[in-house]
Design a protein around this ligand. Sequence first.
Ligand code: NAD
Length: 246
Amino acid sequence: MALQKCTVIGGCGFLGRHLVTMLLERGYQVNVFDIRQSWDNPKVRFFTGNLCKIEDLVPALEGVDVAFHCASPPYTSGDKKLFYNVNYLGTKNVIECCKKARVQRLVLTSSASVVYEGRDILNGTEELPYASKPIDYYTETKILQEKEVRKACQEKPDSDGNILLTVAIRPHGIFGPGDPHMLPTLVEMAKQGKSKFIIGNGKNLVDFTHVSNVVHGHILAAEALKVGSRVCGKAYHITNDEPIYF
Ligand code: NAD
């Protein structure tokens, strides 16, 4: 069945806005749900609200085939309570709201850091276990949210005949036009003279993925979510071809 209508939760963010643009190019009807509205497009229906509130979110999901959840407090906020409330409790609410609105597919933007234990990973696969000691609290809540979304995958119809197919996409650093996070941080650090140091032998690798690849991966995952598909309930790393020296 062709997917036609979708909601991008966090559609005013860096990744979410690129996702909306590619979805429109592919002929989808798009709703955006976000706590703030930072842009406009006559082809898009905007809903403003907090994803932690059922009454805010359900109206944005009604009549929708697929929900993309790419909302999160900024990594740099350092606010533990906010991370827990939005990433964990909020994601549980997203799942509940999808069920209430009978949305059948949910794609989560997770993070590759959910498998990072502080040791180098080269050619890591999705078989890696979740980090037993996540590198920070943000990552702890990304693990909690990913587990909830994967666990919520329900291919057999419930008593009301509803299903919910879920999948998680795990980028590491995302770059591209409009990036408000990584590039500005690097520039700021350079301005402060903090880019003159090398940790280790200078051959550390880090994985950055262009935002268009991350977005494409989300759409392919949504289109592959069907009953009986091996994608259901899984998590996928998303990357460019090669990691780069950092
Ligand atoms: P972003 O900060 O640019 O966008 C996040 C959006 O979520 C914002 O528009 C914000 O207003 C919205 N939001 C936050 N709290 C909300 C709430 N309670 N209710 C509704 N909307 C809310 O972030 P981004 O870089 O676009 O990241 C998108 C997703 O990708 C996040 O889940 C993030 O964890 C993940 N991710 C990002 C990177 C990266 O390098 N940017 C890397 C790995 C994973």
